[in-house]
Design a protein around this ligand. Structure first.
Ligand code: ZN
Length: 251
C-alpha cells in the first residue's frame, strides 16, 4: 500500500460546545466532520486535536507525525500559546503543510507565516458565493468545474491584507458585490500553506462535496516533498569547502 498522508485536523472547538444550532450542523465538531471525509480517502489518515487538550493536542510527537496540519479557529485565537505557534512555524519551514480555513486568517499561526495583519472585510447575511477557478492547471482544483457556488456564506471581502500569494487558485464573487482571493497558496521554507476561505460555523459548508474536494486536493498538494539530506530550518551552516575549486584573484 502507498504511504499514507498523515493529517491532523486542529479546531478550537468552542462554537460547537456553546451553540446547539452549530452542534446540530457539526455533532462531532468541525474537526470531526473534516477528519471524517478525509479518512474516507485511501491515501489519507486523519486525526484531530483541539485547543483544550494539553499543548492544544499538538505535542512534539503529534507534530512530528503530521504531514499536513489543518487549522480552524475563530473566537479563541488569543488562547493559542506562542510556544505552540513557534513549533508549528518551524515544522512548516521544515516541510509540514498547513491548510488555514475560514476565520483562521486571523489565527496566530497563519499571521506568523504571512507576516501581515491578514485583516479583511466581512458581512454575515447568508448571501451566495461563487468561487471561480483562476489557476486551472493547479492540483487543488482537480475534479472541479470552472466555478462552484456556496448557496449561503459569510462574505469575506478585499482588501485582504496578505502577501501576494505565490499561486492564486480561487477568486470568490459574492451576491453583495465584493470579491475575495479565497484560495491562496504560499511557499514557506520547505513547506506549503493553503488558505481557503469557506467555512463559517453556522452554515453546513464542510458538508458540501465541492468544498470537501478542495480540502482533499489541498492535503495532497500540501504534503511534504522529500528532499534527501536537506538541512533543517533555521540552521545556517558555514560551508568553507566549495563544491568547485575557487581561485581567488589577488587584489
Ligand atoms: Zn465566520
Amino acid at each position: 500500500m502507498k504511504e499514507q498522508i498523515r493529517v491532523t485536523v486542529w479546531n478550537e472547538y468552542r462554537h460547537e460546545k456553546e451553540s446547539p444550532e452549530i452542534a446540530r450542523i457539526y455533532p462531532q465538531g468541525i474537526h470531526g466532520t473534516i477528519a471524517g471525509f478525509l479518512n474516507r480517502q485511501p491515501d489519507i489518515t486523519a486525526r484531530t486535536a483541539t485547543l483544550d487538550e494539553p499543548e492544544h493536542g499538538l505535542t512534539d510527537e503529534v507534530l512530528a507525525a503530521t504531514d499536513v496540519l489543518i487549522w480552524w479557529g475563530h473566537m479563541a485565537h488569543a488562547q493559542v500559546s506562542d510556544a505552540v505557534v513557534d513549533k508549528v512555524q518551524v515544522r512548516v519551514l521544515n516541510g509540514m503543510g498547513l491548510i488555514a480555513l475560514h476565520s483562521a486568517h486571523f489565527s496566530k499561526v497563519f499571521r506568523r507565516l504571512m507576516g501581515t495583519s491578514c485583516s479583511l472585510k466581512w458581512r454575515e447575511i447568508g448571501e451566495r458565493e461563487r468561487l471561480w477557478v483562476v489557476l486551472p492547471g493547479h492540483p487543488i482544483v482537480e475534479g472541479l468545474g470552472e466555478y462552484f457556488e456556496i448557496p449561503h456564506c459569510e462574505m469575506y471581502g478585499e482588501y485582504f491584507d496578505i502577501p501576494q500569494p505565490d499561486e492564486l487558485v480561487f477568486i470568490s464573487w459574492y451576491q453583495g458585490g465584493e470579491v475575495f482571493r479565497s484560495g491562496c497558496c504560499f511557499y514557506r521554507g520547505r513547506g506549503k500553506v493553503f488558505y481557503f476561505a469557506p467555512g463559517h460555523e453556522t452554515l453546513p459548508i464542510y458538508h458540501q462535496p465541492e468544498v470537501q474536494q478542495v480540502i482533499i486536493n489541498a492535503v495532497r498538494w500540501a504534503a511534504p516533498v522529500n528532499v534527501v539530506g536537506f538541512r533543517n530550518m533555521p540552521e545556517a551552516p558555514n560551508v568553507p569547502q566549495p563544491l568547485e575549486e575557487v581561485i581567488v584573484q589577488p587584489d
